[in-house]
Each structure stands twice: as C-alpha cells, then as structure tokens.
Design a protein. Structure first.
Length: 120
C-alpha cells in the first residue's frame, strides 16, 4: 500500500510538471535563425513549426487572424502559452538568455481606429 501511495504521488508530480504556463510581456529580442523570441529580457521562448501565432481581433469584423514568425516584432506585447524546455520535473534553468520555454501559442491584441484602449 505504501508503494502504491508513492507511485500516485510521483505520478501527480509528473503531470503537474507537464502543465502549461502563461507568460505575458513585451518582445525584447527576436532571433530568426533559432526561431526564438525573448520576453522582458529574460524569458527565451522557442517557436516551433506547430506553434499557433494568433492576432486577437486583428481581422475583418474583429475576427482572429493567424500569423507567422515574421509577425513577432520587437516591442510587441504578447501572451504566450508555454511549456518548460527542461526535462519533466525540473525547473527551467536560467541561462545566458534567461529561462528557456517552448511555445504552444503566442497571442497579441490588435487595436484599430475604432478601439480607444490606448494609454495615450
């Protein structure tokens, strides 16, 4: 019974380590060669071919649009749904560029002439 309890506990730890995180911030660097972006100067996010890049309310009649890596520009505010790139159970390690993550989705807001949500 004690062994079963340990297995259940370890299983719970493993599934929580696989949970995704949301990181929001401003893109401070874009590396097209490695397909990475850096948020707030310290979180490096790997963009994979299947990463969903979405402009929220960017299309006609405020529909969402889907973009490419070229749409990720320095200065743009984004929210990224990420997974740690470290092995399961290990915390992301801060390297020279900061913590390392892999993106499942990156989303940004679009503001047109009809939106009055700007600070100035």
């Amino acid at each position: 019974m004690k062994k079963l309890a340990h297995l259940v506990f370890l299983g719970a730890l493993g599934t929580s380590a696989l949970a995704d995180w949301d990181i929001a911030g401003q893109i401070t660097a874009v590396d097209p060669a490695n397909h990475t972006i850096t948020l707030n100067g310290n979180a490096v996010i790997q963009i994979l071919p299947y990463t969903k890049l979405k402009g929220d309310d960017c299309g006609i009649f405020w529909n969402d649009t889907y973009g490419t890596f070229a749409d990720l520009e320095v200065g743009k505010f984004v929210e990224a749904e990420v997974y740690p790139s470290a092995p399961a159970g290990a915390a992301p390690q801060a390297g020279a560029g900061g913590a390392q993550f892999v993106a499942q989705e990156v989303e940004w807001k679009c503001y047109g002439w009809m939106d009055r949500k700007r600070a100035y």
